[in-house]
Design a protein around this ligand. Structure first.
Ligand code: NOJ
Length: 714
């Protein structure tokens, strides 16, 4: 008989041995995470004695107390796994590092930076006795009206998969020590594609589209060994995701084959009854949720009694319950929780210098210069006085963005608003900075205009810091309009009349329709939600200490009616054009300016004719920095499958690399193109490599691809 407490056995052997000893009550308990903040301490301890498998949103000593109870006061002593929404840093700890949001960091196109951020966040989360984050988001952000765009890595499945897999690896790091946590790939699947960009709604997508566009990022998560997956709030084609046996059990668990478990989103089981109305009682809702393939049921207390009743009446397949509990136990063994339930890194790691340095490095890479008529970098000889104007200049909450959970009020020493960063940098060269808010985003009114205009007139340069705020981004915060909210454009129009040059620094959760600004500003720097050190990084870019290198992971629509406007659209007879606006996005995917220029040449491919057996093709190109300062280019490789049995996107990103180049320097960049990435999901839903031509293109954005060659599948 295998002793489940003996570490000489494998996790699989131990989980099976433990499972064979468990009562039905103990099994169902393991399937339940409840939120600590919605119970009293006594209730939480009661649940721990009943063998609750997991809690959410509980930190430090409170978590340790529950853990002691589980280990010492339950029959089998199964440790609890504690989960948290560490979405862009451990925001619930007021001293922890706050990274830029996922959308912001996606501008870096930097896999290694994502891995490092994952490592930092995991270490800090673990310091608070927690083992699991509900991150990263693998949703595709194509409908920018959707409130949760800021949580995505943008619009492209390839980019999302690459960056997501890297951060998963950073969080988990093979569970080598006490600085590792489980990742959670969420929200399965096509959650962001809901009709009209409405949150937690129906996504009208076909299974072919799912397999072609929405599944690949989750497949990359599985390949990276991601331990957990979250079922979204949405329905797909009228079937709530939580009861979608086909997509969850058959496609995700059986076909993709995840080594880990699936957790529902918050109260999804209750939602089947109250919102989606496919069940009318908890027994039924629990039964269909288990049958569909959910292993853990988040925040639905009624699941406990309902499931025990189902078991008693033989109304649920015990095979499914056992499989779920096995998966949960195995994850706990894999993490080393049975051996080291209280093990954690030293608290001095929280927001330590090394972690702040990682944050600063990625934040510098995560800002995109959208326009520059030469006003940037700031000429510190000519400019002697700067007017910083705008509602987001001195607003850490807007800068941190969604899921910062009040972090802006926390005690983070490196925290730097845009205003603070600009002031500090300007002081070094004796430039005077005056600040006027000008207007408020939430409360309409022009009362602040006069003071702002006066400050502008007295200055040599205006830095306007504008955008949106936290209430316009997040769960249930979709927008039907995507303009700069409030009086901000009106204020910019007044400032423009002063004839002073204006640099617009955008602090916002997602692409906004800034057509007038694109025409009329001298420069625009997009910083999205840049987190704790955003002000430092933006100032470094504005003053030219850092050459901007970010590229857009998402297209900017001209107007909300044009959404979705992603670059990888399907071709069509009339090309999907509108009569009343210019074609294409305002700013396209992959676009971003630098203070230098780059030239591409010498495209070559390792094979011009290939079969599946070739495995991969190597694509190389030369890039030269043709300007006067060093810079970093994000070189991008796209493909176009010329003719397919089903329509093929006009372009598909299939490779990217960051290339650092001194002025005048030339380097060769190399991309590996797996043949797998060229396959098509055919009408029968099978993936196949179809014979024929593929165009291979390399360049600096989806609309600037100077190099092209053709390869052929034979
Ligand atoms: C609901 C959100 O949709 C999900 O992303 C989050 O992880 C859970 N709540 C837990 O807080």
């Amino acid at each position: 008989m295998i002793d489940y407490k003996d570490p000489k056995y494998t996790s699989t052997e131990r989980a099976n041995a433990l499972l064979s000893l468990m009562t039905n009550e103990e099994k169902v308990g393991q399937m339940m995470p409840l939120a600590y903040k919605f119970m009293t301490r006594e209730e939480a301890l009661e649940w721990a004695k009943k063998g609750l498998g997991s809690y959410l949103h509980v930190l430090g000593d409170n978590a340790d107390e529950l853990q002691r109870t589980a280990i010492n006061e339950t029959r089998l002593g199964i440790p609890i796994i504690f989960g948290i929404d560490c979405i862009h840093g451990h925001a619930l700890n007021e001293y922890a590092t706050v990274f830029p949001t996922q959308l912001t960091m996606a501008q870096s196109f930097d896999r290694e930076a994502m891995r490092k951020c994952g490592r930092v966040s995991a270490t800090e989360v673990r310091c608070d006795s927690l083992h699991w984050t509900f991150s990263p988001v693998f949703c595709i952000g194509r409908d920018t009206r959707w409130g949760r765009i800021n949580e995505t890595f943008g619009e492209d499945p390839y980019l999302i998969g690459e960056l997501g897999a890297a951060i998963v690896d950073g969080y988990q790091n093979n569970f080598v020590d006490n600085s590792c946590i489980m990742a959670c790939a969420k929200h399965y699947i096509a959650y962001g594609e809901s009709v009209g960009g409405r949150d937690a709604y129906d996504s009208m997508v076909s299974e072919r589209m799912i397999r072609e566009t929405f599944l690949p990022p989750f497949q990359k998560a599985a390949k990276a060994g991601c331990k957990t997956y979250m079922t979204g709030y949405q329905s797909v084609d009228g079937v709530p995701m939580n009861s979608n046996r086909r997509l969850l059990r058959e496609v995700l668990k059986e076909e993709v084959g995840v080594d880990g478990f699936v957790i529902t989103d918050w109260a999804n089981v209750r939602s089947l009854i109250e919102n989606q109305k496919v069940c009318d009682n908890f027994e039924d809702a629990s039964r269909v949720s288990i049958d569909a393939g959910n292993d853990m049921i988040m925040q639905t207390e009624e699941f406990y009694d309902a499931t025990l009743k189902l078991i008693e009446n033989g109304q649920v397949d015990m095979k499914h319950i056992d499989d779920s509990v096995f998966r949960i136990l195995k994850a706990k063994f894999d993490m080393g929780l049975f051996e080291h339930p209280f093990d954690k890194p030293d608290r001095s790691k929280i927001c330590c210098d090394e972690h702040v340095a990682v944050d600063l490095e990625v934040t510098r890479e995560s800002m995109t210069l959208l326009k520059n008529d030469g006003v940037l970098p700031i000429n510190t000889k000519k400019i002697r006085k700067i007017a910083v104007i705008g509602p987001n200049a001195d607003d850490l909450e807007a800068q941190y963005g969604d899921w910062s959970c009040g972090a802006a009020n926390g005690h983070r020493k490196p925290a730097t608003s845009m205003l603070k960063g600009i002031k500090k940098r300007a002081k070094k060269v004796g430039i005077e900075v005056i600040y006027k808010k000008g207007c408020d985003i939430e409360k309409p009114g022009k009362r602040g205009f006069d003071a702002a205009i006066k400050a502008a007139k007295e200055s040599d340069l205006i830095i306007a810091v504008m955008g949106d705020y936290i209430e316009l981004n997040g769960e249930y915060k979709s927008r039907a309009t995507l303009d700069l909210p409030g009086e901000q454009t009106a204020l910019l129009m007044e400032l423009k009349k002063t004839k002073k040059p204006i640099v617009l620094v955008m602090v916002n959760g997602k692409p906004l329709c800034i057509n007038w600004e694109a025409e009329n500003m001298n420069a625009i720097l997009e910083t999205f939600n840049s987190g704790m050190v955003g002000g430092t990084a933006a100032a470094e870019i504005l003053f030219g200490d850092v050459n901007p290198s970010g590229k857009l992971p998402i297209s900017f629509p001209r107007t909300a009616g044009q959404v979705p406007v992603h670059y990888n659209y399907l071709p069509g007879w009339h090309g999907g054009k509108y009569k009343d606006i210019e074609e294409g996005p305002l700013y396209p995917f992959g676009f971003g300016l630098s203070y230098t220029t780059f030239e591409y040449s010498d495209l070559s491919v390792s094979k011009t004719e290939f079969t599946e057996a070739d495995g991969e093709i190597i694509v190389t190109a030369k890039i030269k920095n043709t300007g006067k300062v060093k810079g970093t280019e994000i070189a991008q490789m796209y493909i176009h499958d010329v003719v397919g049995t089903v329509m093929r996107p006009v372009l598909e990103l299939k490779g990217f690399e960051r290339v650092d180049l001194d002025a005048g320097e030339e380097k060769t960049v190399s991309f590996t193109l797996p043949i797998e990435e060229l396959k098509v999901v055919e009408q029968n839903l099978e993936k196949a490599l179809e014979k024929g031509d593929f165009e291979i293109m390399v360049g600096g954005s989806s609309v600037d691809l100077p190099l092209m060659t053709t390869i052929k599948a034979v």
